[in-house]
Design a protein around this ligand. Structure first.
Ligand code: PLP
Length: 375
């Protein structure tokens, strides 16, 4: 049995391999796997390119708003939650009945697995993709069909629809841009999927990274359909991973099903920072452009050295390191640059989060050393 104050192994599965799960749990640094070798002892500490976090954190306005909210945090401030929901709804052309806020998007993802999958209701996911939903559905005894991405990194919507029919899926998960690849599934492909999937199969589109891309959101579709759920998070471009704020947009009946597992009020600091982020007219464009510039420069540098990446429009990419990815990541960590993990389907590829320009310079130095090249 899991100790109540310690997240389950499953919930921390995606932290494995870096030791950060352990440090997050408050274990002594000596027990954590992040190496403290001499090579890693850079004055700035290790470079963390492993969780697709935003290296800039909350915007200055969001930080000020969160600080201000602490003073009022003896209250639940439910009215602020209403204000935030209404602003999000207005900005996205939705009714407020189609929007529900959560402390992060992991929460509605987990709830989706509980309410819409099980032994008699399968799940279809891409491979590779963000594992949370697939792991939880499998643990609940649901058949899980993992459908390889197409060569261009898009979800293979035709194969996914066929799989949904085959396993009688209650839910199909589509992450756009996809984690770990950052690759895109065009809106037309998603439209095809929605038109051809089995009637019983709900479609959950996870748009955690959409703000980094040039793709059209499908969020407006929840005004016409009752079988589409779209998730957004403030953890990525808005830099609020530790503050915890996410959104589920769907038909009110679907939102009621998600809510049937109980309520959980939002942190007031997150609500205040979320409002400030939504009200900032320049934040998305600014961070999107900066991320794209640094990502493209890094991928071009890797390409010149003979290492290919799946095309990405997000704050992460997957690079083919042409040897065991887990060992490569461990060697990078020894040099003070902690990159992400490998997926079983691609053991020689590793996910890398796009950091600041200075962080990616350190990434390049470490990568060249591990690959046995001159920097
Ligand atoms: N969805 C995707 C695709 C993710 O990559 C993540 C986190 O990395 C999440 C959801 C969960 O993020 P959060 O709970 O911080 O909103």
């Amino acid at each position: 049995m899991t100790h109540p104050s310690v997240p389950s192994r499953r919930s921390f599965l995606h932290l494995a391999g870096t030791g950060l799960a352990l440090s997050t749990l408050g274990l002594a640094p000596a027990q954590a796997a992040v190496p403290r070798s001499a090579a890693a002892a850079d004055a700035a500490g290790p470079v963390l390119l492993n969780f697709n976090e935003c290296p800039y954190g909350p915007s200055p306005a969001a930080q000020a708003a969160a600080r201000d909210a602490v003073e009022r945090s003896g209250r639940y401030l439910f009215a602020m939650a209403g204000e935030l929901r209404d602003l999000f709804a207005t900005q996205h052309g939705l009714g407020k009945e189609q929007v529900r806020l959560f402390p992060g998007s992991s929460e509605p993802l987990n709830r989706a697995a509980v309410v819409w999958t099980g032994p008699g209701a399968g799940l279809v996911v891409a491979d590779p993709t963000f594992e949370a939903l697939g792991d939880l559905a499998a643990a609940r005894g649901a058949p899980v069909a993992r459908v390889p991405l197409r060569g261009d990194g898009a979800h293979d919507v035709r194969a996914m629809v066929a799989a949904a029919a085959r396993i009688d899926a209650g839910l199909l998960y589509l992450c756009n841009p996809n984690n770990p690849t950052g690759s895109i599934t065009p809106a037309d492909d998603i439209a095809w999927l929605l038109a051809h999937k089995p009637a019983r199969t709900r479609v959950l589109v996870d748009e955690a990274y959409l703000q980094y891309s040039d793709q059209r959101s499908v969020i407006g579709g929840v005004m016409q359909r009752d079988d589409l759920i779209v998730l957004r998070t403030f953890s990525k471009l808005y830099g609020m991973a530790g503050l915890r704020l996410g959104v589920a947009a769907a038909h009110p009946d679907r939102l009621r099903e998600l809510a049937s597992l109980g309520d959980n009020p939002l942190p007031v600091t997150a609500m205040a920072a979320g409002l400030a982020s939504l009200r900032d007219p320049d934040l998305i464009a600014q961070r999107k452009a900066e991320n794209a510039r640094i990502r493209q420069a890094t991928i071009a540098w890797l390409g010149r050295r003979g290492f290919s990446c799946v095309p990405s429009e997000a704050n992460c990419f997957v690079v083919d390191v042409q040897r065991d990815g887990t060992a490569f990541a461990a060697a990078m960590a020894e040099r003070g640059v902690v990159i992400g993990r490998s997926w079983a389907i691609w053991p020689q590829r590793v996910r890398v989060t796009v950091g600041t320009a200075a962080e990616m310079a350190r990434f390049q130095t470490a990568f060249a050393a591990v690959a046995g090249q001159t920097p």
